[in-house]
Design a protein around this ligand. Structure first.
Ligand SMILES: NC(=O)c1ccc[n+]([C@@H]2O[C@H](COP(=O)([O-])OP(=O)(O)OC[C@H]3O[C@@H](n4cnc5c(N)ncnc54)[C@H](OP(=O)(O)O)[C@@H]3O)[C@@H](O)[C@H]2O)c1
Length: 246
C-alpha cells in the first residue's frame, strides 16, 4: 500500500507511536521513528521489527528543541530522500491540579505536546510544499475535548492541537497536503499504566465499552488517514475512545 513512501513518526518507538510505526511498516512504508531518551528501547524495537534497519530507522531528538527537529528531518532526508507522512505523536503528561502546578510543569507539557508538533511540522513543511503532497496527522486526546482534573496543561496542549490542525489544514488545502487529528481515549500504554489502579478502574467504569483501547486501534486510523484515497479528508478530528465522548 505504502511502498516507496516514507513516514516520520515522533515518539515512534514506544506505545501508540510504536504501533503506528509497526502498522506503516507492515503496509510497505519506510519509517523514521523518533525518540527522546529511550535509546535502548528504540534499538530493541527496531530489532523486534526485523527489517534489519532497511525500512525502519530511529532518530534521537527532542521535539521541544528546534535544532533537534531540524537535525532529525535532515537525517531522515539524507537516509530516505523524501518524507511523505508526518505523525506528531510524541507527548508527555505532568499531572497536577492547577493550584499545585508550577509554571515549569505547564511549560514543559505545552512545549512538547503543542510546540513540538509545530516545530517538527515547520522543519519539513517546505519539503512537502515543494513536492505538492503530504499528510500530517497530529495525535491529540479525548482530554483535549473534555478536560480532566489534574491535567489542565495536558488538556490545553491537546485542545491546542485541534486549532493548529484546522488552521494548517486551511493553509495547505490547495497544496496537496492534508492535516488531521486523531483523538484517542484511554489506551493501554506506559502513559496510562502510570495512572494509579483505583483511578484507572473508575475511568474504565465511565467508558461505555468498559475497556481501554489498544495502540493498534489508533494506528489503523492513522494509516487510513495517510492513504492516497483519503485525500478529501482534511481538518478532521477522529475520536477513538470506546464511546467516552460523543
Ligand atoms: N495512552 C493514552 O491513553 C493516550 C490517550 C490519548 C492520547 N495519547 C497521546 O498519544 C501519544 C503517545 O502516547 P503513549 O501513551 O504512546 O505515550 P508513551 O508510551 O509515554 O510514549 C511517548 C513517546 O513520546 C516520546 N517523547 C516524550 N517526550 C519527547 C520529547 N521531548 N521529544 C521527542 N519525543 C518525546 C517518548 O520517547 P522515549 O521513548 O525516548 O521516552 C515516547 O516514544 C501522546 O501524544 C499522548 O498524549 C495517549
Amino acid at each position: 500500500m505504502f511502498e516507496g513512501r516514507v513516514a516520520l513518526v515522533t515518539g515512534g518507538t514506544r506505545g501508540i507511536g510504536a504501533a503506528i510505526t509497526e502498522c506503516l511498516v507492515e503496509s510497505g512504508a519506510s519509517v523514521a521513528a523518533g525518540y527522546s531518551r529511550g535509546k535502548e528501547n528504540a534499538e530493541q524495537f527496531v530489532k523486534r521489527l526485523g527489517t534489519n534497519g532497511s525500512r525502519v530507522t530511529v532518530h534521537q531528538g527532542r521535539v521541544d528543541d528546534v535544532d533537534d527537529c531540524n537535525r532529525v528531518v535532515k537525517e531522515v532526508m539524507d537516509r530516505f530522500g523524501r518524507i511523505d507522512y508526518l505523525v506528531n505523536n510524541a507527548g508527555i503528561t505532568v499531572d497536577k491540579t492547577v493550584r499545585k502546578m508550577t509554571v515549569d510543569d505547564w511549560r514543559q507539557v505545552l512545549d512538547v505536546n503543542l510546540s513540538g508538533a509545530f516545530q517538527m511540522t515547520k522543519a519539513l513543511l517546505e519539503h512537502m510544499i515543494e513536492r505538492g503532497s503530504g499528510r500530517i496527522v497530529n495525535i491529540s486526546s479525548v482530554i483535549g475535548e473534555t478536560g480532566n482534573v489534574g491535567q489542565a496543561n495536558y488538556a490545553a496542549s491537546k485542545a491546542g492541537l485541534f486549532g493548529f490542525t484546522k488552521s494548517l489544514a486551511l493553509e495547505m488545502a490547495q497544496r496537496g497536503i492534508t492535516v488531521n487529528c486523531v483523538a484517542p481515549g484511554f489506551i493501554e500504554t506506559e502513559m496510562v499504566a502510570a495512572i494509579p489502579e483505583p483511578v484507572l478502574a473508575k475511568v474504565v467504569e465511565k467508558i461505555p465499552q468498559r475497556r481501554l483501547g489498544r495502540p493498534e486501534e489508533v494506528a489503523r486510523v492513522v494509516r487510513f488517514l495517510l492513504e492516497d484515497e483519503s485525500s478529501y479528508i482534511t481538518g478532521a478530528v477522529y475520536s477513538i475512545n470506546g464511546g467516552l465522548d460523543m
